[in-house]
Design a protein around this ligand. Structure first.
Ligand code: ASP
Length: 700
């Protein structure tokens, strides 16, 4: 279907609300088959919508790549992909050793044979199909929300399986585009052989570390290059030495001139999840429980890892990816908590919802009233369950010992026979391995005590227990050989003191987690009605309203401008940063570490004007814009009005972390690495003239 036809369907059909006549075009991550060309052109786009997305011909969309959950784009006809440094960070850490530390020093392959395999599969959108009718088939007669939700899931599964059989070379996924009413089937080319081509030194790629993460002004070169390979027949294939670089259907043209303040820009990418239409109770729960509990749990783990790996580079490299991702979420959640408090979003949503309830009562809409009341009541139950539930989540996530003890307890609980099943035990215990025993002990004590407290101190205190056991020096769950020996000896598990200590706690926690799962299904099944109610209520108010689609990890477009902002009273931030700013920060705190050798490479005389902001005459590093992005947009290409690459998106400002719940022109800003800095680092730090040549870039 051509774009024009899709637009017609959109205006005539269910999805009109995605294209409101609002004058706030910067909010919204639009599915590519529902772009509003008029609005885009009015905003500044110089292309036709067909140039961006056209299922019948090659368009910009064909240059977009989902890079293991981040976004990237092809920038050469030899499968070269640009994405973020933080998207390959964990893989680069794994490729590094204290002697050959690519994470610290950076990496550049001088030719194809030097490129290093990374476990980051890439997906390229090949075709799509609206399957809403088929997914919703037979649902008219079903009124029970739980049965409806289950039928939808069953339909999705069978449609996807059938399509996958018909297209074995592609990866088929069905995504819910609008809760309970719109479903799209996507077919992706799945490229498994991906290799690292270039990563900047850590002190460039992550300059500013956790201190600057989620902040503007920003001075890091958060970009990297990988290359996709296919089999000699041109088809996707697992890694093999015989593989050849993939030829994409389209690659982006780089515009080395960059942008200036006020320029129109747009981003295409794979934003993860947003929650713009959630209930007041959901938001209140996020503020009171979900965000602070996860944030504090992650903070403890980060500090513990740092304490127990201090001074040991090999261990630090082993935990580098974990720490980076924990810190990223921990700070993001702090931003969201601050944002929720500052914007009073919960109170606002509650007022809106009360007005909807009132409206339902006036119209005698009992079903509407019940939907809101049911949602509120589920979240109220969860308030009481939250301490145990979140600790249980953390126990399973953060500690190998506790996760294993829990799996054993659940197995035994299922039936004593399954506990005698050697194969089942082997699955749980066979690959048991602890990376750092002291760290593990620390986490086990902390988590067990927290769970004991959450349960009103019904269990034994873990630290006293473990101290006593370790003094006795008995064999225990902190030794891999002991744990592996249990595979054939379930009776020893039953007698293990730590197993006995944790078993009742694990069973009680699992009970809560199961109730939580049932509540989740119920909540999911109520969401279509709730969203519909909000939509109808907004429509009943008339006037200008906007009902933007939530992100769901499918390809989207967002647009806006390179734009300054004022995050706090009395502060105005210019939308570009420069190398001068980086040098001013350099070595003033640990996160601003800049070794002399890297600084020397960055500090060049007679730099061509191309790299400089014409307004300040300084070498540009970062840029800021008011586009609507979220996690998953990491690595997304930032494009100018002509669709040329002018930067790589990598972050949002602290005040914009809340835009997963609500977007606002005042505080929502995203952050990118300017293309001029990408080229500067390639030229002077990586000395990658061969890459610049591949990109067709001439630097005078
Ligand atoms: N830096 C971000 C991330 O890690 C990108 C974003 O969420 O805006 O996911």
């Amino acid at each position: 279907m051509s774009w024009k036809k899709s637009a017609l369907v959109a205006t005539a059909g269910l999805l009109t609300f995605w294209i409101s006549s609002s004058h706030r075009p910067e909010e919204g991550m639009f599915p590519l088959n529902y772009l509003n060309e008029t609005e885009l052109k009015q905003a500044g786009l110089q292309l036709d919508a067909d140039d961006i997305f056209n299922p019948e011909a090659i368009s910009l969309t064909n240059a977009l790549v989902n890079v293991g959950g981040c976004t990237g784009s092809f920038i050469s006809n030899e499968g070269l992909i640009i994405t973020n440094h933080h998207c390959v960070y964990g893989s680069v850490a794994k490729l590094s050793t204290p002697e050959q530390n690519y994470l610290e020093n950076g990496f550049i392959a001088r030719n194809h044979s030097e490129e290093l395999q990374v476990p980051i599969p890439c997906k390229v959108l090949q075709s799509y199909e609206d399957v809403s009718d088929r997914v919703l088939q037979g649902l008219e007669a079903i009124t029970d929300p739980m049965v409806r939700a289950q039928t939808i899931q069953d339909n999705i599964k069978s449609i996807a399986e059938k399509d996958q059989t018909e297209n074995p070379e592609l990866k088929v996924e069905i995504s819910e585009m609008f809760v309970g009413r719109s479903y799209t089937l996507f077919r992706y080319i799945y490229l498994q052989d991906v290799r690292l081509v270039m990563a900047p030194p850590l002190t460039i790629g992550q300059f500013g570390g956790d201190t600057d993460n989620w902040e503007w002004p920003r001075h890091n070169g958060d970009f990297s290059l990988v290359r996709a390979y296919v089999g000699p027949d041109g088809k996707p294939a697992p890694y093999s030495e015989d593989n050849i670089p993939y030829t994409p259907q389209k690659f982006l043209k780089i515009n080395p001139a960059g942008t200036k303040e006020g320029d129109f820009v747009f981003i295409m990418g794979y934003p993860g999840r947003t929650f713009r239409h959630e209930s007041a109770a959901y938001l209140a729960f996020q503020e009171e429980h979900h965000l602070p509990r996860i944030q504090q749990g992650f903070k403890y783990q980060i500090d513990a890892i740092k304490r127990h790996t201090e001074g040991n580079t090999a261990e630090q490299l082993a935990f580098a990816g974990t720490v980076q991702s924990l810190e990223n979420t921990e700070k993001n959640y702090r931003g969201k908590i601050q944002g929720l408090r500052r914007t009073h979003l919960v109170e606002q949503r509650k007022m809106e919802e009360d007005a909807i309830l009132e409206w339902c009562k006036q119209k005698a809409n009992d079903r509407g009233t019940k939907v809101i009341e049911d949602i509120r009541s589920i979240w109220a139950q969860r308030d009481a369950m939250a301490p145990v539930y979140y600790n249980y989540l953390l126990m399973n996530r953060q500690s190998t010992v506790l996760r294993t003890l829990n799996q054993l307890a659940q197995l035994e609980f299922k039936s004593p026979e399954s506990f005698q099943d050697e194969e089942a035990l082997q699955t749980i215990l066979g690959t048991y391995k602890l990376n750092n025993v002291a760290l593990e002990r620390d986490l086990v004590v902390h988590l067990l005590n927290a769970q004991n407290e959450a349960n009103g101190f019904s269990y034994k205190s873990a630290d006293a227990f473990l101290a006593q056991k370790s003094q006795q020096g008995d064999r225990n769950f902190f030794q891999s050989s002991y744990v592996q020996s249990l595979t054939t000896n379930p009776n020893a598990i039953l007698k293990d003191p730590l197993y006995q200590l944790t078993r009742p706690m694990m069973l009680r926690s699992a009970e809560i987690a199961n109730q939580w799962k049932d509540q989740e299904t119920l909540l999911q099944s109520l969401m279509p009605q709730y969203t519909q109610l909000r939509l109808e209520f907004q429509e009943s108010l008339g006037g200008d309203h906007r009902f933007v689609p939530d992100a769901n990890s499918t390809l989207r477009l967002t647009y806006g401008y390179v734009k300054a902002y004022s995050p706090n009273d009395g502060e105005v931030h210019y939308p570009y940063t420069t190398l001068d700013g980086m040098f001013e920060k350099a070595n003033t705190r640990p996160d601003y570490r800049l070794p002399a050798e890297t600084a020397d490479r960055l500090r060049k005389d007679n730099v061509p004007a191309l790299f400089k902001d014409p307004k300040t005459g300084k070498i540009v590093v970062g840029l800021l814009y008011n586009m609507d992005t979220t996690g998953g947009n990491s690595g997304s290409p930032i494009l100018n009005a002509a669709g040329e690459l002018i930067g790589v998106n990598f972050d949002r400002s602290f005040t914009a972390t809340i835009n997963d719940y609500a977007w606002n022109e005042q505080y929502s800003r995203s952050i990118g690495c300017d293309i001029r800095y990408v080229l500067y680092v390639l030229k002077y730090v990586s000395e990658a003239d061969h890459i610049l040549q591949e990109l067709g870039i001439q630097i005078p």
